[in-house]
Design a protein around this ligand. Sequence first.
Ligand code: SAM
Length: 334
Amino acid sequence: MTAAPASLVDSFGRQITYLRVSVTDRCDLRCRYCMPAKMRFLPRDAVMSIDEIAAITDAFVDRGVRRIRLTGGEPLVRGGITDLAARIGGRIGHGLDELTLTTNGTHLAVHAQALVAAGVRRINVSLDTLDADRFRHITRTGDLDQVLGGIDAAGRAGLKIKINMVALRDLNHDEIEPMMRWCADRSHDLTLIETMPMGGIEEDRTDHYLPLDRVRADLEARWTLLPLAERTGGPARYYRVAELGSRVGFITPLTDNFCAGCNRVRLTASGELYMCLGRDAKVDLRQAWREGGRDALDAALDRAMATKPKAHDFSIRAAGQAPAITRHMSVTGG
Ligand code: SAM
């Protein structure tokens, strides 16, 4: 009998149990805080095939990863996405506990049922505003009704939905409370996210940066926020809003560093494994897989573990200064 492959533990003793996979860096929206209007995407031949992604995710599950999230770019614009979801979903109960997805919702009406059939039970939908004009402004190209229709379809298909809202000063911060009520009415959890200094955009990030410790303090003056111990595998800290009976989470990479409990790594669409969202250390898994199959992949994973940094290196920088991380969020996914 051959020994089970060793689990993935970094040099700080953190066990890696959560993999996020960016299945494409392409997106049908152009959110202003995420990417420039004329974003340059990877050439298609640089993107892994569905077979390659499935083989690499399989190796991660064999090495102890229990939760996989598909993201992007926009995962639902990737050809073959539901086939990939079904293949990864086949590992649920065989090493994998959960397969989830983060989406902008534009293609949910088409794919919701196939995702459920693949074994997906929860999804995150990014929605920064409920105002159609603001939605068009923030996303540059988006149609709010299409996304709301997608969210409804996902709910009808039986998916549990969490809304992700990036909190942006002067763009949507007056909508945080309406969004809390909207989510509570529909039994969706809500997570608020701080803008992270990733990749060049046209605007100065400091103009719209909204520290979530301030937002939480403002909310606590008006609502009863009861801290919850439960986590969903990611970095969000959750509170029950007593008056609404709903949950609201905060992802605060800048105001409250959450690296000590990090259990995550991120695979890009071109097969590079980033050990930290806020650092540049990476290992090329596609090359390892192509050159040496599973043995080389396992060796590359062991090398990667040794390079996982202790903490990220985010700081919001002013106009004219390079962002802390030059890679855009769409490369490694949210
Ligand atoms: N297209 C999918 C979506 O919209 O959810 C998945 C990828 S998107 C990059 C994942 C999440 O990252 C979204 O919630 C988006 O709002 C968020 N995001 C993008 N750029 C960000 C940034 N610089 N800081 C914080 N969040 C960001």
